[in-house]
Design a protein around this ligand. Structure first.
Ligand code: BGC
Length: 385
């Protein structure tokens, strides 16, 4: 018998070689597709930087594949009610697709997910200027946000179906103050939970708001998501101005098309004559999650009556951006040549509220030296009969 250290070293070599390393407890799983983590090459950027992929697979065959470029989740395969597996996230077939057609598909967005009004904020008496890459506003961290950089992957930990990516953002990068060391860990469990866990530290006070920007379609790729039923545990939402910046109000959802407290088809009210829906071109709003307190709280649930696929969302964050894919316009041909037409995917981005650095009444997004940023979101996959 080999000493344990040799076994671990061998496993490490196999992982580096792109060979699947299964978890110890998976002896009974089929040899061709055991649970565990598989590391492989995913392509090279124009400057020669290698990008790798990590595929996490659980005992029930659910599989999530993430790459070091943008910490992007490139595929997420879950079963429907007949047990047929399908990919429920939008994306591209190869690295070039992600580089050439950036739409934040599956990426971690940062340093600040969502908008900062006019690309400006004042912190401790100093005003900082960021790129205005979305009309008059700053969006998703700027011109080269965390979705467009290569993250470093930790070697897969023995026994865990997870992957950790790290990125150090330099002081002044995209105009933000402080050298920020950020980390995200994706973990898939045998309870069919996929967890995103973020942490970060900084050497100067800075805003931070990291989120996962997967576009979901629990039905047929390319079809619209208007029949999906959404529940959001939110009594209030943050209405926006014409440029999608919150007005500062926390408005009740009651009696509006923003009331998703009971499962409601996304398309049921999306075309209503409502000023907020017009401003968003549909839903593109932050919802204020009702449950208070620390730890993971239920944020909502997405269900596709057609396939039976369901996805619960739990988070430590105070808000969730529901974006109904209003800017998808059929110009992107994605995975398998599928055309991503209008509203053929939706995002549910757990987050702090948009423009918090300029809105003193919103929960703070400022991270200070000596403190650690933490955020956690769990998706739980299932089927309804
Ligand atoms: C925003 C949308 C934006 C989209 C870009 C979402 O988070 O809310 O307004 O167009 O990201 O992918």
């Amino acid at each position: 018998m080999k000493p344990i250290s040799t076994t671990i070293a061998l496993a490490g070599i196999l992982v580096l070689a792109g060979v699947r390393v299964s978890r110890g407890s998976q002896a009974a799983a089929p040899a061709a597709s055991p649970a565990g983590v598989t590391r492989a090459a995913f392509g090279k950027l124009a400057d020669g930087t290698a990008v790798e992929s990590f595929t996490l697979r659980n005992a029930h065959g659910i599989e999530v594949r993430a790459i070091t470029y943008g910490a992007i989740i490139v595929s997420l395969r879950v079963p429907d009610r007949a047990g047929k597996f399908g990919d429920i996230v939008l994306g591209n077939d190869d690295l070039a697709g992600y580089v050439d057609k950036p739409a934040y598909f599956g990426a971690v967005v940062g340093r600040y997910g969502n908008r900062i009004a006019k690309g400006r904020f004042t912190l401790d008496g100093k005003t900082y200027t960021l790129a205005t890459n979305n009309g008059p506003n700053h969006l998703h961290g700027g011109v080269r946000g965390f979705d467009k950089v290569v993250w470093k992957a930790d070697p897969p930990a023995a026994g865990a179906t997870s992957v950790t990516f790290r990125y150090t953002s330099a002081d002044g990068e995209e105009g933000y103050p402080g050298k920020l060391s950020a980390r995200v860990t994706y973990t898939l469990t045998d309870k069919n939970e996929l967890t995103f866990e973020y942490s970060a530290t900084t050497d100067k006070a800075t805003p931070i708001n990291l989120t996962q920007h997967s576009y979901f379609n629990l039905g047929t790729p390319g079809s619209d998501i208007l029949g999906h039923e959404l529940t959001l545990e939110a009594d209030r939402y943050t209405p926006v101005d014409a440029t999608l910046i919150p007005t500062g109000q926390l408005a009740p959802v009651s009696g509006t098309p923003f009331d998703f407290r009971k499962p409601t088809a996304i398309g049921a009210r999306i075309a209503q004559d409502d000023e907020q829906l017009k401003r968003g071109g549909g839903y593109d709003h932050n919802f204020v999650l009702t449950a208070a307190g620390d730890g993971l709280r239920r944020a909502g649930r997405l269900a596709d009556p057609g396939t039976g696929r369901t996805m619960e969302i739990l988070t430590t964050e105070p808000g969730i951006q529901f974006y109904s894919g209003n800017f998808l316009d059929g110009t992107i041909k994605g995975k398998g040549g599928v055309v991503y037409k209008y509203r053929s995917g939706l995002c549910l981005e757990t987050q702090h509220f948009p423009d918090s650095p300029n809105q003193p009444s919103f929960p703070s997004t400022i991270l200070r030296p000596g403190k650690e940023y933490h955020s956690k979101t769990t998706l739980v996959f299932g089927v309804s009969r």
